[in-house]
Design a binder for this molecule. Structure first.
Ligand SMILES: Cc1cc2nc3c(=O)[nH]c(=O)nc-3n(C[C@H](O)[C@H](O)[C@H](O)COP(=O)(O)O)c2cc1C
Length: 496
């Protein structure tokens, strides 16, 4: 009996050890291949996994070869049972678990980049390639309506950090991707840029497209969650009495309408929140009003104190400004500052100040308030910008409003909302971020009336895009590259 076991383990050892040593496919490859898609079977990583597994099995068979020869009992029957049992144990305890888990672990390695020949292959491989870290909190059903060579409907369910793939449609998909099957195969293989293809309308999305922001990374083993730059609090925002804010006046210095302006998007939500707390709100779109440039004549400080020579919309706007408990300055970022019309509006506020100089205890110099009887008022600044960073970019705008704060006795800066990468955030894949920006501004509107202050975390959240400058650059360039003007420019530009 012992000789039979020794012979069997010798043969098994040779079967496990020799083929991978000679560069041939190991026996585990043939055993496991039925359980995987052909893209995985053909991949280098699959062969590598199986070579390692085969050597491990060779070691286990060699161990068994030794164990079956140990005398565990003087009784022959008992000894056969014990020596074969002990020899078999490592195979059950080590060999089988390793054979199950090693492929799963190794398939997640960054070198496990697969190339797919068919859509069927790609889909069958996806469950193995899910990057669990990236899939944290993901709960989606993505349906693919594919046409062309491999036409058909399939869907992926990604939930609880597990991906499963299914044939046919789903009754309630989160997102439907309609594409040519060959195009989708090229995108999956990384031969075609997915964002570029979407922007040039080569495939369409229906439903919540926000998952597309990280779809590729969900199946990239080396991908890490992007972290945008966190905005640091560098200003002491003021608090005013919580019962004080009843009248809010918005001065919107943007040039675009509600459909396009990201500055207005934030302000509208802020106002919506404030109204729920009983605030009255009046809004003025400066570009639609008659606002002349300041002549710098100082007539408002000399001949007619408090009155400007220009009889235009500013007469009413100054009064609205004076009577507001909270002023909202809204301006897109134009060359690191407010828009021209907003700057003219700010200049034309000069008559509300007295010409004399006020020196405070800290040695700061400013002009006294011409209407101190109105008491304290707060102001909040909203600005949307194209670039993804706050530092440097907003410095001009920030500088002006912070100086407005420090140079006005009764008018206090309560918050600054700087929306970064505003244009790329208009893309469908950023739906979640847009919604979160809206929610944050809405909350700020509630808080400012309820508590007379705004938490810095709300302001910081609007500025944190959650994307790195590198991703921003790629997406912004993709966007601009789709415009005809850019294409025409690139065609015409002289080549060196
Ligand atoms: C004339 C002009 C100047 C701009 N200057 C800047 C700038 O200095 N920094 C920046 O990040 N974005 C800049 N942008 C981009 C805008 O800030 C961005 O498009 C923003 O979304 C506009 O706000 P809105 O959506 O409220 O209109 C500029 C845009 C224009 C048209």
């Amino acid at each position: 009996m012992e000789i039979i076991s020794i012979t069997i383990y010798t043969l098994l050892f040779l079967m496990a050890f020799i083929p991978p040593l000679l560069g041939k496919k190991p026996f585990t490859y043939y055993v496991s291949k039925g359980a995987y898609s052909s893209a995985i079977i053909q991949s280098e990583i699959f062969l590598k996994i199986n070579r390692r597994l085969s050597f491990i099995w060779a070691g286990l068979f060699a161990l068994a070869f030794l164990l079956v020869q140990i005398k565990f009992s003087p009784y022959s029957a008992e000894n056969i049972l014990l020596s074969n049992g002990v020899a078999f144990l490592p195979q059950i305890l080590i060999g089988i678990p390793l054979s199950v888990f090693l492929p799963k672990i190794m398939m997640k390695s960054p070198s496990a980049r697969l190339h797919f020949d068919t859509i069927k292959d790609a889909f069958e491989s996806m469950p193995y390639g899910l990057n669990k870290e990236m899939a944290r909190d993901v709960d989606v059903v993505v349906q693919f309506d594919l046409s062309g060579e491999e036409a058909g409907v399939r869907h992926l369910i990604i939930k609880d950090q597990v991906c499963t793939q299914h044939q046919g449609g789903h009754s309630d998909p989160t997102l439907i991707i309609t594409a040519d099957s060959k195009l989708w195969l090229d995108i999956t293989n990384g031969d075609v840029d997915g964002t570029d293809a979407f922007l040039t309308k080569k495939y369409t999305l229906e439903g919540d497209a926000s998952i597309m922001q990280k779809f590729e990374k969900l199946f990239d083993a080396s991908a890490l969650e992007e972290e945008g730059v966190e905005r640091i609090q560098d200003y002491n925002y003021k608090t005013i009495h919580s019962k004080k804010i009843k009248n809010i006046v918005v001065f919107d210095g943007g040039m675009r309408n509600k459909k396009l302006s990201k500055t207005t998007l934030m302000v509208d939500e802020f106002i919506r929140g404030a109204i729920t707390q009983g605030a009255n709100v009046e809004s003025f779109k400066l570009s639609e009003l008659d606002i002349s440039l300041c002549d710098g004549c100082y007539t408002c400080w000399s001949k007619t104190p408090g009155e400007c020579v220009h009889k235009d919309s500013m007469t009413e706007l100054r009064e609205k400004y004076r009577n507001a408990d909270l002023i909202v300055f809204a301006s897109p970022l134009f060359i690191f500052n407010v828009t021209g019309i907003m700057k003219s509006f700010m200049d034309r506020l000069l008559p509300i100040l007295e010409p004399y100089m006020l020196l405070d205890e800290q040695g700061h110099i400013s002009h006294p308030d011409r209407y101190p009887e109105r008491g304290e008022q707060g102001f909040v600044v909203f600005s949307a910008a194209g670039f993804p960073d706050v530092d440097n970019n907003f410095d001009g705008l920030k500088g002006m409003y912070r100086a407005w704060d420090s140079h006005n006795e009764n008018t206090h800066l309560m918050g600054e909302f700087f929306l970064t990468a505003a244009e790329v955030l208009a893309q469908p894949i950023y739906k979640n971020r847009r919604e979160s920006v809206k929610e944050v501004c809405y909350k700020a509107g509630i808080q400012v009336v309820q508590e007379g202050k705004i938490d810095f975390s709300l302001m910081a959240s609007v500025s944190n895009t959650g994307i790195t400058n590198k991703t921003f650059q790629k997406q912004a360039d993709n966007f601009w590259a789709t415009l005809d003007a850019k294409k025409a420019y690139l065609r015409a530009v002289p080549k060196l």
